[in-house]
Design a protein around this ligand. Sequence first.
Ligand code: FDA
Length: 309
Amino acid sequence: MDWGTRLFRSMLLGLAGNRLAESLSNRYGMKLGAGRFVAGETLEEALEKIKALNAKGIAVTVDHLGESVRDPAEADNYRNEYLRLVDAIAREGVTGNVSLKPTQMGLSLDRGACLGRIRAIAEAASRHGMFVRLDMENSPYTAATIDLVRALRREGLPNVGTVIQAYLYRSGKDVVELTAEGVNLRLVKGAYKEPPRIAFPNRRDVDANFRQLIGTRLDSGVYTAVATHDADIIDWTKWYAKRKRIPRDRFEFQMLYGIRTPLQEELAREGYTVRSYVPYGRMWYPYFVRRLAERPANVGFIVRNLLAR
Ligand code: FDA
């Protein structure tokens, strides 16, 4: 990545936490182009898109957008929305599960209350044999998120797992420990702005670590989601699994809704489990900005959408 792209990416990620930019973007609503990455503002809108994916043999993990809540009532509302979501997935016979963000459940306000909210969701999901993934946010929450997963599993909720980011130096150790505990993990490159003190600044190192983590997990046989749009990493994973005779029911590929859809469909046709991460809800702004930062060329269609108004 050249320095210009790196600077642009860093500026965009800075905007993800900017309240003024958020309120400006809300004025333009989804017209800004977020509809390419977000399945709608309501559960009902999202369910339509989800059913279309299922019909193509693609499973889903559904995210009700929201993060970094500022008061407990807001976190309670998110918990209730997730309970509604879990019910809807079960009722509608959707092939899918849910992904949530710990700070959306109040992790930065009160850890105990946050645990209680996620427990309620995990218990409801467990009654339907459904899995709950705790997304991984930025580094102040890494250890706390892993702790939440461990606490819930100790309480008898093995249907809870989390995400490990290949850009963090600590991830090799986390993967070894969580694998020994049998935790279902999603492996990703990492989407936040992190300092070189704790994260590989160079893409090539992130990719090398990503492959290393995928290899460790596939060798272990503990169920793993390889979440990436990087065709080289996907091809490498297919090659590695074949060489090591890893059964296809031990791993899945995950991609984000609206990104590389033809590749998602192709992998599903080849017989791999593919899961699309489907976000919906009104709080789409920080999620949208992270998607732009991953591929600065995406900013081009914001401009086109604004010009088309
Ligand atoms: P990379 O960025 O190298 O992209 C490879 C290619 O994919 C690009 O060249 C481009 O063609 C395409 N591509 C990638 N991003 C695109 C975009 N936004 N728009 C259009 N094309 C794009 N992160 C995190 O920190 N915590 C988490 O919990 C999660 N959860 C998660 C779930 C799922 C299902 C996915 C797929 C990803 C995440 N991530 C995440 C995000 C992840 O960390 C990472 O930022 C993105 O997946 C982008 O990295 P890639 O691995 O796709 O590779």
